[in-house]
Design a protein around this ligand. Structure first.
Ligand SMILES: [Zn+2]
Length: 248
């Protein structure tokens, strides 16, 4: 079930049987010469929607611009400042809590969001604890899960890509998007085949160290078939993980 394709009476009825919702969350940032700019938002969305095909769960709108300042030297990347993202996430969570959602599960597609999402959870809990309690008495429990950390998913990534998985524009995330959008598969030369590894600070530093945008990866290994396997593994694990969280 998708929030955007539901009516308010349908959401009201859903709340009678469940207090949980999944919010895909990601980023709008370059993913090398062959990966979609939407990769980090699309992956959790694709996986959450696949889970919603198999189980009675509600998927909310995708939070699709995250913390990506380090990608701004590449055309098309967009970012929120951490403070903006925290404030926006608080409003998303408190809106849902207002209707009686008690369990908000963020399925994340961008590692660079993690600390900011955790800070937003801390802000929501502080608003609940500090008098006069701006959460208006609606207590809410939030969870962050990176999709590649769902049970069995990283093991499958390692099995599929023994070399060249890397950490940005990885063949696994690119495969997931190619599986869902086969009409948009890209071809471009990748030199070197496996991108360099390393750390970075701001956008200029990132572009200097990783000139084509990739980190440690060879996304030429990505196939839609692999993407299908990853989506199946991740969506099955998501159903289980979300159910466990709902019952905590
Ligand atoms: Zn990514």
């Amino acid at each position: 079930m998708q929030l955007h394709l539901s009516t308010w009476p349908e959401v009201e009825a859903y709340l009678e049987r469940s207090k949980g919702i999944i919010i895909p969350i990601g980023s709008t940032e370059q993913h090398g010469p062959t990966g979609f700019i939407g990769t980090d938002a699309l992956c959790p969305e694709i996986i959450a929607l696949a889970a919603a095909e198999e189980a009675d769960l509600l998927v909310g709108p995708t939070f699709n611009v995250g913390c990506a300042q380090h990608h701004l030297a590449f055309a098309g990347s967009m970012t929120l400042r951490p403070s903006t993202m925290i404030a926006t996430l608080c409003d998303w969570i408190n809106s849902l809590a207002h209707h009686g959602f008690e369990k908000v599960y963020f399925l994340n597609g961008h590692g660079g969001n993690s600390t900011t999402i955790d800070a937003a959870f801390a802000e929501v809990y502080a608003q609940s604890s500090i008098p006069p309690g701006s959460s208006h008495g609606h207590r809410v429990d939030c969870k962050l899960r990176n999709w590649w950390e769902l049970s069995g998913v990283f093991a499958l990534c390692k099995e599929l890509y023994k070399k060249g998985h890397g950490s940005h524009a990885t063949p696994s995330e690119v495969a997931v998007t190619y599986f869902a959008y086969p009409g948009h598969i890209k071809n471009a030369p990748l030199d070197p085949e496996i991108a360099p590894n390393g750390r970075f600070t701001d956008a200029e530093d990132y572009r200097r160290k990783f000139p084509d945008g990739r980190i440690g990866s060879n996304p030429a290994l990505a196939t839609p078939e692999d993407g299908g396997k990853l989506v199946k593994k991740a969506s099955t694990a998501l159903i289980e993980d979300f159910e466990k969280f709902n019952n905590e």
